[in-house]
Design a protein around this ligand. Structure first.
Ligand code: DSN
Length: 430
């Protein structure tokens, strides 16, 4: 052991981290699921708490020496409850995928039917895709958007639920720009005897500040990541506003029916995870503290207004946005009217230091590795301080790059301009 920092010894890794910081600072980040955390969040994530094993829950651990991390984890839980109006939270899931898997393990048996939003219409891998455990261990069925509107028709969701009789109805998406009717979804779930799971990973930060419908008022269980619009460290969590007796008749050792919260805690540990990442839980606590502030409310408002400005700028330039606009922080753009693929857009924009991801559009005729769409979001660039007119300028650059995708000189010029422009929006304010 030496007092010399790893940073001075392991140049191979730390040079790469410096390169990544430079990439993040010099470019325009539009991946809708990304954001930039504060130095305080990074400090907590990089702290000595990484050294501690703490299987179990605060006050009920399988290891000694957990007094401090108990306190840290309880702060994270309490702040999450306050943010979302929850009465029960588990902050241990390492990711959104882990949070969903823990819910499935707690609530379903292998082979049970689940009904989720189709991945190819904007849904998520963990909501029943055949390549994910959710689609391999359970019987996945799906609803999607209407071809004409790009919007979910809840009458069709209801018809599908009545036909498929799922044990769990799942809502939430990774590329759907409209808000959700959680009350209607709960009515559908009740009608067919399903549990309603809302995965709000993408819009969580906007929901926390009351800028979108409240899923906790209706869904039995809510999962989220902590690193998208919520602007925390990479991670996940599970929440409920109203705990309830599990409907599966599972009893405690004393013969009492176990509460759902108890099953969900077990679904996380020991069901699907081992030791919690207490350094990451500390970083979640710090991020939740930030999200509780009025500054974060202002941020969330700007995320939405920036997305609307961006959607308008794209539309004004003849781009087609699925569903015609956005209620949240993201939008899915169908590039077919411009004669482009998502793959070409992603690969060309990165040459000008604009990062987006290619994305399937509903009823896409191209493969997931090519796609007809691109997804963009405003969470990250709003953190850097860009406003509505800046977002219009971003669209001007995107359009210029895409319309000149085989002109290396234009791409190089745009890249230079962007690198210079981004100096006005430092990642770390000194
Ligand atoms: N892969 C994330 C996204 O980009 O939306 C969701 O898990």
């Amino acid at each position: 052991m030496t007092t010399e920092t790893t940073a001075t010894r392991d140049t191979q890794v730390f040079d790469l981290i410096a390169q990544e910081q430079h990439r993040q600072e010099s470019g325009i980040e539009l991946i809708a699921s990304e954001n930039f955390v504060s130095p305080a969040v990074m400090e907590a994530a990089g702290s000595v708490l990484t050294n501690k094993y703490a299987e179990g829950l605060p006050g009920k651990r399988y290891y000694g020496g957990c007094e401090v991390v108990d306190h840290v984890e309880q702060i994270a839980i309490d702040r999450a409850k306050e943010l979302f109006g929850a009465t029960w939270v588990n902050v241990q899931p390492h990711s959104g995928a882990n949070a969903n898997t823990a819910v499935f393990v707690a609530c379903l048996h292998p082979g049970d039917t689940i009904l989720g939003f189709d991945l190819s219409h904007g849904g998520h891998l963990t909501h029943g895709s055949s390549v994910n455990i959710s689609g391999k261990y359970f019987r996945p069925t799906f609803y999607g958007v209407e071809r004409e509107t790009g919007v979910i028709n809840y009458d069709v969701v209801e018809e599908t639920a009545k036909r498929e009789r799922p044990k769990m109805l799942i809502c939430g998406a990774s590329a759907y720009s409209r808000d959700w009717d959680y009350a209607r979804l709960r009515a559908i779930a009740d009608e067919v005897g399903a549990l309603l799971l809302a995965d709000v990973s993408h819009p969580a930060g906007l929901i926390a500040k009351g800028l979108l419908n409240d899923p906790l008022a209706h869904a039995h269980i809510v999962t989220t990541t902590t690193h998208k619009t919520l602007r925390g460290t990479r991670g996940g969590m599970i929440m409920m506003r109203n705990d309830f007796e599990n409907p599966f008749g599972i009893k405690t050792m004393k013969g009492e029916t176990r509460l759902m919260s108890s099953l969900l805690d077990s679904g996380v540990f020991p069901g699907t995870q081992g030791g919690p990442l207490e350094h990451i839980i500390a970083a979640k606590a710090v991020a939740f503290g930030e999200a509780l502030t009025d500054d974060f409310y202002d941020y969330a408002v700007r995320v939405k207004s920036n997305a609307q400005a961006m959607a308008k700028a794209f539309t004004d330039r003849g781009y087609s946005i699925i569903s015609g606009g956005t209620d949240n922080h993201l939008m899915l753009i169908d590039l077919r009217s411009k004669g482009l693929t998502g793959k070409l857009a992603e690969n060309t924009l990165i040459k000008a230091d604009i990062t987006i991801n290619k994305n399937m559009v509903p009823f896409d005729d191209k493969s997931p590795m090519v796609t007809s769409g691109m997804r963009v979001g405003t969470a990250a660039m709003t953190t850097r301080g860009l406003n509505e007119s800046d977002m219009e300028q971003v669209v001007v650059y995107i359009d210029k790059v895409l319309m000149n995708h085989d002109d290396a000189a234009t791409l190089a010029t745009v890249k230079e301009e962007i690198n210079e422009w981004m100096k006005a929006f430092p990642l770390f304010k000194s």
